[in-house]
Design a protein around this ligand. Sequence first.
Ligand SMILES: NC(=O)C1=CN([C@@H]2O[C@H](COP(=O)(O)OP(=O)(O)OC[C@H]3O[C@@H](n4cnc5c(N)ncnc54)[C@H](OP(=O)(O)O)[C@@H]3O)[C@@H](O)[C@H]2O)C=CC1
Ligand SMILES: O=C(CO)COP(=O)(O)O
Length: 351
Amino acid sequence: MQEKKEAVAVIGAGSWGTALAMVLADNEHEVRLWSHNEAQVQEINQFHTNKKYLPEINLPELIVGYGSLSDALAGIKTVIVAVPTKAIREVLGKIRTVQNSPLTIAHVSKGIEPDSLLRISELIKEEMPSELLNAVVVLSGPSHAEEVSLRHPTTVTVSSENMAAAEEIQDLFINHNFRVYTNPDVIGVEIGGALKNIIALAAGITDGLGYGDNAKAALITRGLAEIARLGTKMGANPLTFSGLTGIGDLIVTCTSVHSRNWRAGNLLGKGKNLDEVLDNMGMVVEGVRTTKAAYQLAKKYNVSMPITFALYDVLFNGKNAKDAVDVLMARGKTHEMEDLVNILEERNLED
Ligand SMILES: NC(=O)C1=CN([C@@H]2O[C@H](COP(=O)(O)OP(=O)(O)OC[C@H]3O[C@@H](n4cnc5c(N)ncnc54)[C@H](OP(=O)(O)O)[C@@H]3O)[C@@H](O)[C@H]2O)C=CC1
Ligand SMILES: O=C(CO)COP(=O)(O)O
């Protein structure tokens, strides 16, 4: 008789949690999709749909909606946490109160917490008592939920300080539509995934202003340069930024109409105000909060991040978007790679 596959809990039934639940169900896992919204749980179980987040999609029957967290986690070893970064502490607090055995927690959220400046894997380690935590894994890469749910070819990367756990998550998800790589550089994977949202907002703004592909290519490459500078200063492997979770995710988020960050930026570029844009999106726009965190990180690590600073002024200081682009273009002359080379040399001297 064929052995039954491990049941997996997915916490958060938004776009990404639901699309990832579909990948797991396609791999024949029983999937317990937890939502804090009882009506949504009913919809998933009665109609096998999640119309708010993936309107055209029928969900496999192996996905079962759960409103009770303790039921969803009963006997579970692996949890996929798929809520926006600002909800993670609250959700982990709830998990903590119902859980009494160690879990591998794979998170898929792309953000940095402002003020604490913690990456999400660090935040999870801070919130979960060590006796309840087997390992923390991050899954990231160029992967819009809308396309994953249509089973279009997608590639992502998993990373962890515990690479055996990362490989277990790789095995849970990998299939012919969803190819999963590993990379041991947790800092690089998390920083790339979080900070690409800042650049996607900026790319949306330049598109909204009516600028063309040259401006977008400039933002993608110079955005990558500042992400790599900060990430490398924080200890990442600079090569990670040329991988799926770096340039890969930058490309998909800056160029796709699926991206909420790009769409929000686009509306800002067309003259809408931030509160209005966020109120109407109905889904998370991680880049706004992450711009604040990256601005603080750049100051802490003394790294030049001109695009992030320009966006910070637009989002939080009321600066006109076109003026912000003009300021960026009128900056003093500089070398394309010098700052990153200097950061790498400093690191070599420290070793
Ligand atoms: N969408 C995508 O294609 C991808 C998203 N990601 C990342 O995944 C993370 C989640 O994004 P995504 O699924 O797209 O976001 P959505 O906005 O689509 O969904 C968020 C989900 O989290 C729920 N939620 C919000 N706050 C809480 C809370 N306090 N407690 C419990 N549940 C809560 C929402 O519930 P409710 O419906 O009640 O608001 C909703 O179900 C983000 O960090 C994003 O960057 C990564 C890769 C791809
Ligand atoms: O991270 C994503 C694709 O890889 C999704 O981006 P948005 O949050 O901008 O939609």
